[in-house]
Write a protein that binds this ligand. Structure first.
Ligand SMILES: *[C@@H]1O[C@H](CO)[C@@H](O)[C@H](O)[C@H]1NC(C)=O
Ligand SMILES: *[C@@H]1O[C@H](CO)[C@@H](O)[C@H](O)[C@H]1NC(C)=O
Length: 731
């Protein structure tokens, strides 16, 4: 964006508005006088004749009138003639063109014509003359540069005196890739009190910004030139901001924006778009939104690229709703910006990934309404979304539509569908699609195979999965961690722990390193069969390898310890987690719930309360399950006060008690003969549509019966039958 604004082939600054600030002209050097060789008498005669001829006969073709002098004319003669005609610019050019046809002009001649053309406000000619010279393939890069510069300085005072000539030279040097020469020229000109114009300097910055290595040199030049008198403008700042963003120094770029405004320069849409794009690339979403707002306040209109990059970022980090908001803003406030296929596809993909297929469809329809044709990538994004929510047949319909429209379908389209079928347990359909894609000449990729392997494993078809893996390998596809994990998971799920362990060894051989998921899956399998020693060994192994366990890993272990009544080990694990917790893994409510549940079963409410206190102390919030466990524990131990307190607390926090919780509370109250409380709980439960257990129902039926409330007794009885909590024999 930025570079396209300034790297026009040639920037012709408006001479009337350009200023050459003179740096303390007292100390500035004077440009030298032009002091050519004196002509001999014979030379003078020749020069005189030519001068008068071309002046008097300028209506005739120059080729004809100068024919007699062709062989005798040297560069010196040419210059002597020019002295006499330098104010007649057209004549100068004609004469020069003629001269070039017969002689290669000397460097001095070239420089003189350059000076004259700039003075005649015809910088294009000057540009071409300089450019021709420098774009010649075999120019010795160092020698002619200084020579050229010296010649320009030498001819300056008497032939043109327009400092713009140095700008042009400067720009050409940048363009032909001699930025160091340009910098030397810059410094040289300072000696004469001439500061190269900001437009030309922008040319240099822009040139350097196009390459990441040279980009790094721009901040120094920016500061140095500023100190030397270059008045950087908005364009210059924009280039610098672009450079800094390219170097991922987005904060510095942002600082520059602030500085530039403090110095009184206006930021524009390009400034903001560049910084916003930078922040998008480093994922700083909050700043992006703030900058978008700032733009709006300043009345700057974001362009299409800004919108696209913001929408892309938001989708990437899962904030699709915000991304859609941006799309709406884009179309409401900027009628000139039309969202394109890419933006729509990005959003559809974003919504699909978060499972909001309704929204994805809406955008898809909107595209059609606006005549923006979705392509196969759009379709594939939508298809994977639909598959993700399990509506496979709907996804397949869309796929058929694609093919009817003769759209491209690629391995991603097929993989999305295959994954959908596999997750749905429809392995046969998945394989028939797999065969279809192979027949079409598409190569299933690792993702496709992993879906198939995962699908097979979930159905317990481990052998088929293994065969498929062999096929993958024979095709040269490398199994990745997900493929292996699917298989490990399948093996564990169907009780083949030994095979799973063997597979883990194979992984190591294949240099696919088992990850947290692999270890956790295996640990879970060991825990479930009560082999806590093996499970623990695996934990040690993963720690030794520096593989970070997650809270899931610990909960798997905790579940194992609890399930097998090894509460002391469970507590030890908790303590260990808390000690290591500073490095990342904190126990969560599930961890504590598991332990507390076991202590409740043991009727050890003291230990339970201690753990609960510890949990609160660590800032872990109790969840519904926590309250359920605690309330049931306290009810069982007849601590109704405690149970009631917890119940009130959970209601306040907006949690709902479970059926079992209600049953426990009611039973507790009944045992304590607090019938009113019991009844109010029972009513509340029924109001919520929860079904109490038989014991509770029986109690209230008996109570009502004894109190003579026959209607109510019968109502309850009907309720019991309706809810199916009565044995057939009871009726
Ligand atoms: C899906 O996206 C729409 C916006 O298009 C939003 O209004 C809706 O709440 C989202 N639905 C869900 C379930 O997130
Ligand atoms: C705690 O971790 C488990 C994984 O073992 C997870 O399923 C659960 O959602 C987490 N609970 C909370 C409250 O974050």
């Amino acid at each position: 964006m930025v570079s396209s604004v300034i790297s026009l082939p040639f920037v012709i600054p408006n001479p009337s508005t350009r200023k050459y600030s003179s740096l303390g002209s007292a100390s500035a050097r004077h440009f030298p006088d032009y002091s050519p060789k004196k002509p001999t008498i014979k030379d003078s005669e020749l020069v005189y004749t030519i001068s008068t001829t071309i002046k008097q006969r300028h209506f005739e073709p120059i080729e004809r009138i100068l024919k007699p002098f062709e062989s005798r004319l040297r560069s010196d003669h040419f210059i002597w003639v020019l002295m006499g005609i330098k104010n007649e610019y057209t004549l100068v050019l004609t004469f020069f063109d003629w001269f070039c046809l017969h002689r290669a002009p000397s460097l001095e001649v070239r420089c003189i014509i350059i000076q004259i053309s700039v003075a005649a406000k015809d910088p294009k000619v000057a540009y071409e003359l300089i450019h021709d010279f420098w774009s010649k393939p075999n120019v010795d890069a160092t020698l002619p540069f200084t020579l050229f510069m010296e010649k320009l300085i030498y001819t300056y005072k008497d032939w043109g005196s327009n400092p713009h000539v140095f700008d042009i030279f400067f720009q050409v040097l940048v363009e032909v890739g001699i930025p160091d020469g340009a910098k030397k020229l810059f410094h040289k000109m300072l000696n004469y009190g001439v500061v190269i114009s900001v437009n030309s300097c922008n040319h240099l910055l822009s040139h350097l910004s196009q390459n990441i290595d040279t980009c790094k040199t721009t901040p120094r030049i920016f500061t140095e030139f500023l100190e030397l008198g270059v008045k950087w403008n908005t364009v210059s700042h924009n280039i610098m901001i672009h450079c800094l963003c390219r170097m991922k120094k987005v904060k510095e770029a942002h600082n520059l924006l602030i500085q530039m405004e403090m110095r009184g320069y206006f930021s524009d849409a390009i400034t903001y778009s560049t910084i916003i794009n930078g922040y998008c690339q480093i994922g700083e979403y909050n700043v992006v939104l703030k900058l978008m707002e700032e733009m709006q306040i300043k009345g700057l209109k974001p362009n299409k690229f800004t919108f696209n990059s913001v929408i892309f970022l938001l989708c990437k980090i899962g904030k699709v709703l915000d991304a859609e908001k941006i799309l709406r803003e884009m179309t409401w406030q900027n009628q000139n910006i039309v969202p394109d296929k890419v933006v729509y596809t990005t959003l559809i993909d974003g919504f699909s990934k978060t499972g909001n297929v309704t929204a994805a469809y809406k955008l898809f329809d909107e595209m059609h309404r606006r005549n923006i044709l979705p392509d196969y990538i759009t379709y594939t994004a939508l298809i994977s979304g639909i598959c993700r929510i399990g509506k496979i047949s709907e996804a397949y319909d869309l796929f058929v539509k694609m093919r009817n429209r003769e759209m491209v379908v690629d391995e991603y389209t097929y993989s999305a569908l295959i994954d959908g079928y596999c997750k749905n347990g429809e392995i046969k359909e998945a394989f028939s699609l797999h065969n279809e894609m192979v027949q079409m000449g598409l190569t299933p990729n690792v993702v496709t195979y992993t879906s198939l392997v995962d699908g097979l494993c979930k159905q317990g078809e481990i052998d088929t999965a293994n065969e498929l893996l062999k096929e993958m390998c024979s095709k040269g596809l490398e199994l990745n961690i997900h493929t292996y994990n699917s298989l490990v998971n399948g093996l564990c799920k169907f009780g083949h722990i030994t095979k799973a362990i063997k597979l883990m060894e194979d992984m190591k051989v294949a240099e696919v390193h088992p990850d947290t998921y692999t270890y956790t899956t295996l640990m879970d399998a060991y825990c479930k069969v009560g082999d806590m020693v093996k499970a623990h060994e695996l934990l040690r192994e993963m720690l030794k390898k520096g593989i970070q366990p997650t809270v899931v890993t610990f909960n798997v272990l905790m579940n194992g310890f609890c399930m097998y009544g090894m509460l002391e080990d469970g507590e030890k694990l908790l303590t260990w987690m808390l000690e290591k917790g500073k490095n990342g893994i904190m126990p969560n409510a599930t961890t504590y719930n598991l332990l507390m549940k076991q202590y409740c079963i043991r009727n050890d409410m003291h230990a339970t309360s201690e753990i609960y206190k510890g949990m609160l102390g660590k800032g872990v919030s109790p969840n519904t399950n926590t309250y359920d466990v605690l309330i049931r524990g306290h009810c069982k131990a007849r601590n109704m006060k405690e149970a009631w307190f917890l119940y009130k607390e959970m209601v306040e926090k907006g949690y709902d008690l479970t059926v079992n919780g209600y049953n426990a509370l009611i039973k507790g109250f009944i045992k304590r003969k607090k019938y009113l409380e019991a009844k109010s709980m029972f009513d509340e439960m029924r109001k919520k549509g929860l079904v109490a257990n038989r014991e509770v129902y029986n109690f209230f039926m008996d109570m009502n019966y004894h109190e003579g409330n026959l209607d109510l007794t019968l109502e309850l009885c009907d309720g019991m039958i309706e809810k199916g909590i009565v044995d057939k024999t009871d009726v």
